[in-house]
Every structure is written in structure tokens, then in C-alpha cells.
Design a binder for this molecule. Structure first.
Ligand code: T4K
Length: 372
């Protein structure tokens, strides 16, 4: 079988045309405003809110600081129920806020936090739920809201994978008390590093904007122990350009997902996720699950086989967050508490998906999977 000369990674960032970016850089060089809520920052927040179909958005240095600040903004304390099946930053944001993470299991269909398991894990110390729209597939948002309302809990969504995702035309970012996005280089929409918090009203956005700027409400008033998490002008300008191209990028990702689905269909022991009726997807990842008994090969053997051909899939999200040293001692981290997450983490591999992925690479990836 063919081996690719250049490595193919799980993703590759999209960059805006360099000439267009240098035009904007010249403006920054001329006006000498580099950061602290400058003109590009303001314009980016406005255009981003319009694009996403949300009312209020605050852009951040990265998604992790956005998560940490969201928890501060709502004064979350005690215990927060969350998923072990995510990138470590989700749980780290709780730890950095001195909040105890309580892991609940995921649902087998789209690998999102299971609302019934969440309800069963609520204690008097629980103050919030932090689900993740894993791979951009929507959580059971109606049921989570019902639980939050019944028990008086806050609901903060980690929507790092869900840029542009809509349910029946409504942005997924409009659910819950707050949602956060990541604009890291590896995401569908990137500002190199970056992130955002989506707020439901102007007063919450105002508080978040104070918090991301050391807590300053004006030149001499500090309302809280804020942090420095502001996006700078260079990244804001870059983000403005990216907005012009993101629809095309998502369309190309959709085409690749469609090819994978057609060509991997019917392989015994390989399963993948389908689109959901009424949902606009972001196609941020293309996870497949390997059932070693039916497929005859383990996930890790396939992962290694792809590597031999210069193809670098990723085992997102293995190991589970609950298995890392900081968290593995927690009662909720026990494997018996997390059977579905434990199994999915053993079976998953995310295949390369990004707009510039060429058809020859896709053919090789598919034939390796078929050849086993
Ligand atoms: N919540 C969730 C659910 C998240 O998934 C994340 C981040 C966060 C919160 C936190 O948001 P941020 O604070 O990051 O904004 C990557 C990313 O660093 C991370 O942002 C992302 N999730 C996570 C799922 O993936 P790694 O360690 O797997 O990335 P890395 O460097 O191995 O990159 C993967 C591949 O992408 C590389 O093999 C090559 C390619 N690549 C990567 C970079 C950075 C490029 O081609 N160019 C690049 O510049 O974590």
C-alpha cells in the first residue's frame, strides 16, 4: 500500500490569505493599539456574535481561561458534575478554581454526559453542571436545563468543539447559563490561540469583561480578583478574516465526513457517528469506534498501523480525565462509575479531517482500515 511522503495529522489549521492579514497588520502598526479592548477586538466580538447568532460574546486568550473565568463569573464553589470524556482542560478549570469535580458517565450514542447519571450524582455541595458538546454533537440540552432548574444549579457548557453548531436554526451556544468556545489552532475556527464566553445578557458580559481584565471596572475600581485573559489586536484582526472563510471550511469538512461514511460503511466492527436531523454540525472531528472482537484488531493496533503509513490519528479522549493522577483518587473516578466512558475511550480513534485533506490521503486511510 502507498505511504504518504508528508505526515497527515488529525488536523491542520486553516489560515486566512496572508495579503489580507498584512493589510490589517498595517492598520495595527499605524494606530499602535495592540491590546486592551482595541478597535479590532470590539469589531471581532460584534461580527462573531452576529455570525454565531448569539447576543453577547467576550473573546479570550484561550478556551481554558474562558472556562476558568466562566466559573468565577457565576461564583461557582463546592462540587461540579462533569464528564471524564473530554480534553483535560474541562476538569482542570474546576481544579484551578478550587472546585471538586464529580464525574458522571456518558451516553453511548454521542458520548456526551448522561443527564440521568448527573441527577443521581447531585449532593448538597453541588452548585453546577459542566457538560461538553463532545465533537460538536449537542448534549441533551432540554433535560439538562430541567435538572438545573429543579435543583437550582448553574449550567455551563464547554462548547469548545461546537463552533457554528445549531439546533433547529438556534445556536447551541444559547443554551445554559454560559457557554465557552475554543479558537485554538486545531479547532474548526481558529485565532491561533483563543476562546470566548457567550453570555445571555449585557450585565453578565460586563462582569466577564471586568474579570478578564484584572477585575477593573474603571481606571481606579477593581471589583474582583480578575485575571488577564484578553485577546490581543493581532489575533482579533486574524479572527475577523477567518470569519469570511469559515463557512467554506465547514462545507469542506462535511464533504470529507460524507466520504468517510460512504467508504467505511459496512466494515464489521467499525462504527461512526451520523448527523442528527435538525442539527447544523461543525464536523470538527471524525471519531470511529473499533470493536476488536468483530474487527479482529485493537484500536491501538490500527492506530500504530496508520502511523506506519505516516497517518497520525488521535485517541481523543483516551485516557479518560478521571485516570490522570490529579483525579484518579476521587470516588467518582472509579471505573465501575464510568463503564460507558471507559469502553468508548478504549475503542475510539479520530481520523484526520480538515479542509486541505486531499482525496489521495483519504483513499489511503480508508484502504488501511479496509485491509485489516
Ligand atoms: N475544552 C475542550 C473540550 C477542548 O477540546 C479544549 C481544547 C479545551 C477545552 C481548551 O481550549 P484551549 O485552551 O486549548 O483553547 C489539542 C489542542 O491543544 C486543544 O486546544 C484541544 N482542545 C485538544 C482536543 O487538542 P493536543 O495536545 O492534542 O494538540 P497537538 O499539538 O498534538 O495538535 C494535534 C495535531 O494538530 C498535531 O499533531 C498537528 C496539528 N497541528 C497542531 C498545531 C498546534 C498543526 O498542524 N498546527 C498547529 O499549529 O491538544
Amino acid at each position: 500500500m502507498d505511504k504518504l511522503n508528508k505526515p497527515v495529522y488529525v488536523t491542520q489549521p486553516d489560515l486566512p490569505p496572508l495579503e489580507e492579514f498584512t493589510d490589517l497588520l498595517k492598520q495595527i502598526w499605524d494606530n499602535k493599539i495592540l491590546t486592551n479592548n482595541g478597535p479590532f477586538h470590539q469589531q471581532f466580538e460584534q461580527e462573531l456574535a452576529d455570525y454565531l447568532g448569539v447576543k453577547y460574546i467576550s473573546v479570550f486568550t484561550n478556551g481554558t481561561l474562558a472556562l476558568m473565568t466562566a466559573l468565577q463569573a457565576l461564583r461557582i464553589t463546592g462540587e461540579v458534575i462533569t464528564t471524564p470524556y473530554s480534553f483535560v482542560a474541562t476538569t482542570h478549570s474546576l481544579w484551578w478554581n478550587n472546585i471538586k469535580p464529580v464525574f458522571a458517565d456518558i451516553e453511548p450514542d454521542f458520548f456526551n454526559l448522561d443527564p440521568e447519571k448527573v441527577e443521581a450524582a447531585i449532593t448538597p455541595q453541588t452548585t453546577a453542571i459542566m457538560p461538553v458538546h463532545v465533537y460538536g454533537n449537542p448534549c441533551n440540552v432540554e433535560r439538562f436545563q430541567q435538572i438545573a432548574d429543579t435543583y437550582g444549579l448553574k449550567l455551563i457548557y464547554d462548547a469548545a468543539h461546537a463552533f457554528g453548531v445549531k439546533i433547529n436554526g438556534n445556536s447551541i451556544l444559547n443554551y445554559g447559563d454560559l457557554s465557552i468556545l475554543s479558537f485554538h489552532a486545531t479547532k474548526v475556527f481558529n485565532t491561533i490561540e483563543g476562546g470566548a464566553i457567550i453570555s445571555p445578557d449585557a450585565k453578565t458580559k460586563k462582569r466577564i469583561d471586568f474579570l478578564k481584565n484584572f477585575g477593573f471596572a474603571d481606571e481606579t475600581t477593581v471589583i474582583a480578583p480578575g485575571i488577564n485573559a484578553k485577546m490581543n489586536e493581532v489575533q482579533s484582526a486574524y479572527g475577523l478574516l477567518q470569519l469570511k472563510y469559515v463557512d467554506d471550511c465547514i462545507e469542506k469538512r462535511k464533504e470529507i465526513a460524507t466520504i468517510y461514511r460512504e467508504q467505511l460503511n459496512g466494515i464489521n466492527g467499525i462504527t461512526f457517528l451520523e448527523d442528527i436531523v435538525g442539527v447544523d454540525h461543525s464536523y470538527s472531528y471524525f471519531p470511529i469506534l473499533i470493536d476488536k472482537k468483530k474487527y479482529g484488531t485493537t484500536r491501538d493496533q490500527l492506530y500504530e498501523k496508520l502511523k506506519e503509513h505516516n497517518i497520525f490519528g488521535r485517541r481523543y479522549f483516551y485516557p479518560l480525565i478521571s485516570q490522570f493522577p490529579t483525579y484518579r483518587g476521587l470516588t467518582s473516578s472509579r471505573t465501575e462509575n464510568l463503564p460507558v466512558a471507559t469502553q468508548v475511550a478504549e475503542q475510539v480513534i479520530c481520523l484526520p479531517i480538515y479542509p486541505a485533506l486531499d482525496s489521495r490521503s483519504i483513499d489511503i486511510i480508508v484502504s488501511i482500515i479496509h485491509s485489516i
